[in-house]
Structures are given as structure tokens and as C-alpha cells.
Design a protein around this ligand. Structure first.
Ligand SMILES: [Zn+2]
Length: 255
């Protein structure tokens, strides 16, 4: 199958074009993309073309999604797999974009068998083997120095869900250690939750204290957007993320 994937991808790449001006505009918009080398940027562009070919990005609630919005979403999503493979996004095809926060409306059954009906405003959502849902208003905020990035957040959940429900434990590469991952993330998560409970100011979004799954997704946002903050506060987590994403954004970006 390998040769077939390669052949199919080369065909897509040779037939699809991404407008140069649009591409320059998109990569210029985010500091973490501006920091890429020429070679990395060319690789990102190829992933984006393939991503746009394999996935659909459609608007909801009357939002008209244009080429620039599609490219912005695809480029951020592909930052996570820059040194991995598009195959890490296998098993689903849809990205749905709302103009602003949307209301998640669902039911779940708790441990006592009680059914809860939940309606809450969301900026993004990832479904297991289903769509990624994004609020464009939130997505457009990315690239500042807050470390907030809903697109990276939701696609990190997608990677986490490659081995089932999101739990902060994505499938690791062969050269990585599950013990070291657990130790690094476990210690950092406990320390972070204590700080949030004590109402201390944190450079990392306090939403990370919600669960180990959210901790992984929020730390992934920060890893790409404000890598020096992650490396400074949680060097072991930074090391695990660098091994997982096979990237070292702190070296790439100026502090
Ligand atoms: Zn989340």
C-alpha cells in the first residue's frame, strides 16, 4: 500500500495548486509559521494541499468558508503533523466551522446511570472518528502571544483519539517510553492543578486543569505558540512533546 499512497499523493500534488499570494499571507499570519525554514515551509505546504484534498472544511450557521479560511485551518492542523504524516488524521474527513461559539447539545449517562442533558457554548470540539468543529471567531484569535489556539487544540485531541477516547495519552512512537510520558505529564498535571486550585496566575491556559486530555491539548497549543514558556515551566513535558511531534519549536522561535 505504501507505494500506492506515495503515487496517489504525488498525483494530487502535481495536479493541485495553492495560490502563492494566499500561501504567503497564511504563513505570514502566525509567528510559529514565520519561524519555519524554507524546507519546512515547503513540506507544510505539501501537507496542506493533501489535507485540503482529503478533508472537507464547510461552514455551518450560514458561515461562508473561503479559500483563505480553509488554508488557515489546514495549515495550523498540518503544523502538528509537519514531521509525522497525514495518516495521523485518518478515519474521519469533516471539519465544520461556525462563525462564533456554538452550543454543544448532547446527553450522557454518568456512573450512577443518570442521564444528563448538556447545552454549553464551545469554541471547538473533536468527535471520536467524527468531525472537528471550530468557531471561526476563536480560530481567528490564534497567533498572538497568549498561547491560545483552538485549531491546534482540537487537532491535538484528534491525535490523542488515534487510540480511543481522548485521555492525554496518544499512541507514542516506537523510540518513546510510556513510563516517561506518564511520569512527565502526571507530575506536571498535578503541579498545574495545584496552582490553578490555589488561584495562581499561570502562563498556560488554566483550562488545562480540566482533565489529562485537556492538559495534553492545551500544552500542545502552548508548545507551538509559546514554546519557551512550556520548556521553561515543564521541561520534561516539553521534551516528550518534542519527541512526539518530532519538532523543537523553542529552537526555531526567538524567545
Ligand atoms: Zn479540549
Amino acid at each position: 500500500m505504501r507505494w500506492f499512497t506515495k503515487w496517489r499523493r504525488e498525483r494530487v500534488l502535481s495536479r493541485s495548486a495553492l495560490d502563492d499570494t494566499l500561501w504567503r499571507h497564511v504563513t505570514g499570519r502566525y509567528p510559529f509559521m514565520r519561524a519555519l525554514s524554507e524546507e519546512e515551509r515547503a513540506r507544510l505546504r505539501a501537507w496542506v494541499v493533501l489535507f485540503l484534498h482529503e478533508k472537507t472544511i464547510e461552514g455551518a450557521a450560514q458561515l461562508a468558508v473561503d479559500d483563505e479560511m480553509r488554508a488557515c485551518i489546514a495549515a495550523q492542523a498540518c503544523m502538528l503533523i509537519l514531521n509525522l504524516d497525514l495518516d495521523f488524521y485518518r478515519g474521519w474527513i469533516e471539519v465544520i466551522v461556525y462563525p462564533d461559539e456554538f452550543v454543544a447539545d448532547y446527553e450522557y449517562v454518568d456512573e450512577d446511570g443518570i442521564v444528563h442533558h448538556v447545552q454549553e457554548p464551545m469554541s471547538g470540539e473533536s468527535w471520536l472518528e467524527g468531525p472537528v468543529i471550530l468557531s471561526w471567531a476563536d480560530a481567528a484569535e490564534a497567533g498572538g502571544d497568549s498561547g491560545y489556539n483552538v485549531v491546534i487544540h482540537e487537532f491535538a485531541h484528534k491525535l490523542d483519539m488515534l487510540n480511543g477516547d481522548a485521555n492525554g495519552f496518544p499512541p507514542l512512537h516506537g523510540e518513546m517510553s510510556r513510563t516517561e510520558w506518564s511520569r512527565a505529564f502526571g507530575a506536571a498535571y498535578d503541579a498545574f492543578c495545584q496552582r490553578v486550585d490555589a488561584r495562581q496566575e499561570t502562563r498556560i491556559d488554566p483550562y488545562a486543569a480540566e482533565s489529562p486530555a485537556e492538559f495534553f491539548a492545551v500544552l500542545s497549543e502552548a508548545f507551538f505558540e509559546i514554546p519557551h514558556a512550556v520548556r521553561g515551566e515543564y521541561p520534561e513535558v516539553y521534551g516528550q512533546l518534542a519527541a512526539f511531534y518530532r519538532q523543537d519549536p523553542a529552537v526555531r522561535m526567538a524567545p
